[in-house]
Design a protein around this ligand. Structure first.
Ligand SMILES: C[S@@+](CC[C@H](N)C(=O)[O-])C[C@H]1O[C@@H](n2cnc3c(N)ncnc32)[C@H](O)[C@@H]1O
Length: 273
């Protein structure tokens, strides 16, 4: 986005923003100088950051296709990010033009861009919603107009939970969403995985960890083990191959990522019994 473009009111573009850094890494245009500077720092720390972002999107798309093949036609994408190529509704509506998708994000820029892009599509809504306020999210009238919670739903929490500290209580919020949906629903999660020697709290702090903290203007998110990530699925069945590198989740093509990365991206899909 050129600096002269209209900026939604109340948005401080001098502060880097997670959604816009990610947009830049994916080759998008909805970002500002501060976001690109942060992305440059992140790329210095983790040169594979761009391919991790791309592999995360590819996982998201495979998981959405998997769920459409299983017959589910309703999607709630929390922490949806800025519109990019092959967004959830495009992938899902390829399987069935009547598929319904609600994108939720707690970032005003994401919501205003999403609305502008999707204004024509009556099966898709973009709402301001916070994972940490699940009741409000579930009660949102736009969500309720599109999603029938008595029928199976795909919940997407993709590249979101690693931004949410343990003390904010994401576990209980994810549990609330799991409880709200019908049997036969799916949960799709991806999460960063940090090599132990680069975890926050390690002394001395590695240069990469310091740079990443600076890039995102906060310490690197909570370091969760694969077992802890699996706990987000509660008593749901975590489908094969379990929590694994996103590029190893039911892959269809070669991965872009070299395995030496200090940060990896893992994901899984689970089904409510
Ligand atoms: C890295 S982007 C991921 C975008 C997309 N899910 C993907 O994987 O391609 C993370 C998104 O989560 C959003 N986010 C962060 N905390 C959130 C919260 N508590 N509730 C809803 N969205 C949140 C950010 O605004 C950002 O758009």
């Amino acid at each position: 986005m050129a600096e002269s473009d209209t900026v939604p009111s109340g948005i401080d573009v001098s502060v880097p923003n997670v959604a816009r850094i990610y947009d830049y890494l994916l080759g998008g245009k909805d970002n500002f100088a501060a976001d690109r500077e942060s992305a440059a720092l992140a790329l210095r720390a983790v040169p594979q950051m761009r391919s991790l972002a791309l592999e995360n999107r590819r996982f998201l798309n495979r998981a959405v296709r998997f769920c459409t093949e299983a017959g589910v036609r309703q999607f709630i994408d929390v922490g949806a990010g800025l519109p990019t190529q092959d967004n959830v509704h495009q992938v899902a509506q390829r399987a069935d033009p009547d598929a319904r998708v609600v994108y939720a994000d707690n970032d005003a820029v994401v919501v205003s861009h999403g609305r502008a892009l999707l204004a024509e599509d009556r099966q898709t809504a973009v709402i301001r919603g916070d994972l940490l306020a699940p009741e409000e999210l579930l009660d949102n009238p736009e969500l309720r107009a599109l999603i029938d919670l008595d029928q199976p739903v795909v919940l997407l929490l993709v590249a979101l939970l690693h931004f949410i500290p343990v003390e904010s209580g994401p576990d209980a919020c994810v549990a609330r969403l799991r409880d709200a949906v019908a049997p036969g629903s799916y949960l799709v999660v991806s999460h960063s995985e940090v090599a132990p020697e680069h975890a926050v709290g390690t002394t001395p702090l590695s240069e990469e960890t310091r740079l990443l903290g600076q890039a995102y203007n906060r310490p690197m998110g909570p370091v969760r083990s694969r077992a802890e990530i699996a706990e987000f699925f509660g008593d749901w069945e975590v489908l094969e191959p379990g929590v694994t590198e996103v590029w190893n989740w039911r892959p269809e093509t070669e991965s872009f990522v070299s395995p030496s990365s200090i940060v990896s991206m893992v994901g899984a899909v689970g089904r409510k019994r």
